[in-house]
Design a protein around this ligand. Structure first.
Ligand SMILES: Cc1ncc(COP(=O)(O)O)c(C=O)c1O
Ligand SMILES: N[C@@H](CCOP(=O)(O)O)C(=O)O
Length: 463
């Protein structure tokens, strides 16, 4: 298996080189040169596997034996050993048609832990085996940063700098990132929004001289290994839901940077028979507008009750567009240039029909989000976080009769108490979260100014 850039100007790479490259050197995103297909018989065999065993089976299609099996197995076991449940991503049945895949049982109570615990282990492994300097640079709307920091804090040979939008993450997210006092962690709190933070890091990764000199590595879903690790729970969910061999299965995914749902798209291309992939967003509804009209146009940024999805420029949209245009890098590059120069792109005709076959999408309004939380608490005694509530609202909009819907619970409600208290629900915080409120914070507040951020990075990486 080789990996290539969506823009077509990078020599095919192996697995580890792809992990280290992060953003492709031509400014595109890395994708597999060919998507491996899993047969129906193999899928049936996988039903009895544990999460860790399933992970190893799926990832083996991509790693080219570059990592000995025993080493990979050890990394996977270590990654999931500190989850609070042995199933890693347990399934909660709400009623006859709705299942919730709980992705928040890792150290930072959000779905990002599932991929980032593994990535922390992988970077540590590469650093030791290849004597590589690993200087992670990431942007977050709150959850990626916390999970990435947890994944690598205190690890030898690794430093991590995370940019988060100042005042635009929840209190618990801020505390999870900034109460970490390991010397290999730097939190930059940037005046701006998540899109601004993501743009700065993409610009720095695209500056190959800077990237090389400072050994910059990506932990965002820019990095293909994030996408790959996230495909595992699509398989796990599908294979562990009752009736999945008789009924159509739809999966509803709270979405922002389009990484999670792109992992679902990849799982489907690998042969997982998902029926509808449902994109759930909040009022930052660029993805809903794209699916309904074919126009992809970043609009005005809106702060909502689901702040982790307050994103207008969805990074992984480029990966999907690449497949939509028939894996034609020239066409893809032309679209991306148009987005740069004209601020929007449009797909029409057969391409738009294909988009509408691939996805359904709903942008959930703030009041609908709160009403959904209140409804599920009242009717089922099940407390949703606001991102998951958007996912459930979209499930309700698109799940047909006799279909099963799996909604991904991407975060624990305790991370977003600001929204939950608005509907007078009092929740008990888990002890790990309660403890954060007593700890000192470490962060540097900076303007949204690339030069200032570069100065901070140079001082931190110390090269
Ligand atoms: C809790 C939560 N839900 C949903 C999302 C959206 O996921 P993605 O960016 O992969 O689309 C995020 C952020 O990524 C998140 O933190
Ligand atoms: N919601 C995310 C945004 C970054 O997404 P990623 O999947 O590219 O890391 C966050 O919590 O930071």
């Amino acid at each position: 298996m080789k990996f290539i850039s969506t823009r077509g100007n990078v020599e095919p790479k192996g697995f580890i080189d792809t992990v280290l490259m992060g953003l492709a050197d031509d400014g595109g995103l890395m994708v597999p040169s060919e998507i491996p297909v899993v047969s129906a018989a193999t899928l049936e065999e996988w039903r009895s596997l544990s999460y860790q065993e399933l992970f190893l089976k799926i990832v083996a299609y991509y790693t080219n034996d570059e990592i000995p099996y025993e080493d990979l197995q050890e990394m996977v076991n270590t990654s999931y050993a500190n989850f609070r449940t042995p199933e890693v991503t347990p399934i909660h049945q709400v009623d006859d048609s709705l299942y919730v895949l709980e992705l928040f049982h890792g150290p930072t109570f959000a779905f990002k832990d599932v991929a980032l615990q593994f990535m922390g282990e992988l970077y540590s492994y590469i650093s030791k085996k290849q004597n590589k300097i690993i200087h992670i640079l990431g942007a977050t709307s709150g959850d990626t940063g916390a999970a990435a920091i947890q994944g690598v804090r205190g690890k030898e040979g690794i430093k991590i700098c995370i940019l988060h939008p100042h005042g635009k993450v929840s209190k618990v997210q801020e505390l999870q990132m900034t109460t970490v006092d390991d010397s290999n962690v730097l939190n930059l709190s940037v005046h701006g929004n998540f899109d601004d933070c993501q743009k700065v890091i993409k610009d720095l990764f695209a500056d190959l001289d800077f990237k090389g000199r400072y050994h910059l590595r990506a932990i965002n879903s820019i990095n293909f290994v994030r996408i790959l690790a996230q495909t595992v729970y699509y398989f796990y969910a599908y294979l562990h839901v009752d009736g999945s061999n008789e009924k159509k299965i739809n999966i509803s995914v709270p979405s922002g940077n389009f990484g999670n749902i792109f992992s679902g798209y990849l799982a489907k291309q690998m042969g997982l028979p998902i029926n509808k992939l449902i994109i759930a967003t909040n009022e930052n509804n660029i993805l809903e507008r794209f699916v309904n009209t074919g126009e992809y146009k970043p609009g005005n940024f809106t702060s909502t009750y689901s702040p982790s999805m307050d994103i207008q420029v969805a990074s992984n949209f480029e990966r999907y567009l690449y497949y939509l245009v028939g894996e034609d890098s020239e066409k893809l590059s032309a679209y991306m240039s148009k987005l740069q120069t004209e601020g929007k792109i449009t797909v029409e005709g057969e391409a738009l029909q294909q988009v509408q076959k691939d996805f359904a999408a709903l942008g959930v309004k703030n009041d609908q989000c709160l009403n959904t939380i209140a409804k599920y608490q009242k009717e089922y005694g099940y407390l949703l976080d606001p991102h998951t509530a958007c996912g459930i609202a979209a499930y309700e909009a698109f799940n047909g009769p006799d279909e099963i819907g799996i909604t991904f619970a991407t975060a624990h409600p305790a991370k977003f108490d600001e929204a939950i208290t608005l509907i007078d629900i009092k929740q008990e915080f888990p002890a790990q979260i309660k403890a954060l409120f007593e700890m000192p914070q470490h962060q540097t507040v900076v303007d949204h100014d690339k030069n200032e951020i570069v100065r901070q990075l140079q001082a931190f990486y110390g090269l």
